[in-house]
Design a protein around this ligand. Structure first.
Ligand SMILES: *Cc1c(COP(=O)(O)O)cnc(C)c1O
Length: 393
């Protein structure tokens, strides 16, 4: 089937919720994807930060295929040795005590929200249920995680949304303190606002936030759905900030391309959610867990994260040299670039035409390449981007 036929089929049978680029991808290997006509694309997106090891990594594909051939699903009514191995690995690598597995970032955040409310209700009474998030944040698409998302555009439809969320200005500790009430039970943050335009939080703000939370027994919850699993050059971004959130959520890159979400918590929260209080049919499915185990084993290997940091610096400096780019923000291989001319959407569409996949976030170009990208591949992508940007001048 050619591109036009696939586009036609999409329009006829799929709800029009996505503004898609004009490309239908069919195969891939590492940092390179091919469309239905055999045209090659350098991938600076990894499927929005999902394919941590790139397309069709050999070890990952083997782990997933072998598990699919051994036992694909058993429900959470029975013990699952692949799930328990993944939980042990994840807790060991992060220093957390317990984990709940769901299937997406939004589900991981839903678990965090339920956990915070339950902890607070048990200890201080039901009224203490408010959760503070930051303006310009993004926490997911379910009705509750939309409410948690601090952007008005997401609040105009689908009302009534879940009650009990307040929004503080990022990097403004005075605003946070002014908006805290005796009903606040948790503060949820992204260390780097991803969808919000690749905006890192300031070190001092995060430190002060952690102190305020600790003083009042307010849970600090980090949404690391995008920043986790090596993306920023540390296994999780909290490690770059020297704080320990009470709750940590992870998804996107964790499964290496399969749907998984994880909500991790510290020792004191480990027993808050009891039997029957939360669950998921697919959560922690053996095949998905086998993929995630392979990802974690590889990303946590000696030298892997150092490479991510090096390549991140290389991509950052390569982008900074382009005359049409006015600012580069972010950490590791999670970068955003502000443009002198043209909208990010226009540039991204032109890049796709020229064989480079890039993302946008608000008004910036966003780069989330697979963590296994090489400097040569970065050069190849930058050459395409440079030509596209020159063409827009
Ligand atoms: C992508 C994202 C989500 C939502 O994840 P889904 O898997 O799409 O539900 C939540 N929080 C952050 C920070 C994200 O980047």
């Amino acid at each position: 089937m050619n591109f036009e036929a696939i586009k036609q089929q999409e329009q006829e049978n799929i709800m029009p919720t996505y503004g898609r680029f004009r490309v239908a991808l069919e195969t891939g290997k590492g940092t390179v994807a091919y469309d239905v006509d055999g045209k090659k694309y350098i991938d600076f997106t990894s499927g929005i930060g999902v394919n941590a090891l790139g397309y069709c990594d050999e070890g990952w594909a083997k782990a997933v295929a072998e598990q699919a051939a051994r036992l694909q699903h058993i429900s959470n009514l029975y013990y699952n040795p692949v799930q328990t191995k993944l939980a042990e690995t994840l807790c060991h690598l992060t220093g957390y005590s317990k984990v709940f597995f769901g299937n997406s970032g939004a589900e991981a955040n839903e678990c965090a929200i339920k956990l915070a409310r339950k902890y607070s209700a048990d200890k201080y009474g039901k009224e203490r249920s408010e959760i503070m998030t930051l303006q310009n944040s993004f926490h997911g698409r379910t009705v509750t995680t939309l409410a948690a998302t601090g952007q008005d555009v997401f609040h105009q439809t689908f009302t009534p949304l879940t009650e009990g969320f307040t929004y503080a200005v990022a990097n403004d500790i005075k605003d946070v303190k002014a908006k805290l009430t005796d009903r606040t039970c948790a503060i949820m943050i992204e260390f780097i606002q991803g969808e919000g335009g690749v905006r890192p939080l300031e070190q001092d703000f995060v430190k002060e936030l952690a102190e305020v939370c600790a003083e009042r027994d307010i849970l600090l919850m980090a949404d690391e759905v995008q920043t986790g699993v090596g993306r920023t050059g540390a296994l999780y971004c909290f490690m770059n900030y020297g704080v320990r959130p009470d709750v940590l959520t992870s998804a996107k890159g964790l499964g290496g391309g399969l749907p998984i979400g994880a909500c991790l918590c510290t020792e004191k929260l480990g027993a808050v959610m009891g039997a029957g209080m939360h669950g998921s049919t697919f959560g922690g499915n053996p095949v998905v867990c086998a993929g995630a185990l392979e990802v974690l084993q590889r990303v946590s290997k000696e030298g892997f994260l150092e490479e991510v940091r090096k390549k991140g610096e290389y991509l950052c400096s390569s982008l900074s040299k382009l005359s049409s780019i006015t600012q580069v923000r972010g950490m590791g291989l999670m970068l955003g670039a502000a443009l002198k001319k043209g909208t990010a959407k226009e540039v991204a569409a032109a890049c796709v035409e020229s064989g480079l996949l890039v993302l946008t976030a608000k008004d910036v170009l966003r780069f989330l390449p697979p963590l296994v990208i090489t400097e040569e591949e970065i050069d190849e992508g930058i050459t395409i981007l440079q030509k596209v940007l020159e063409g827009m001048e």
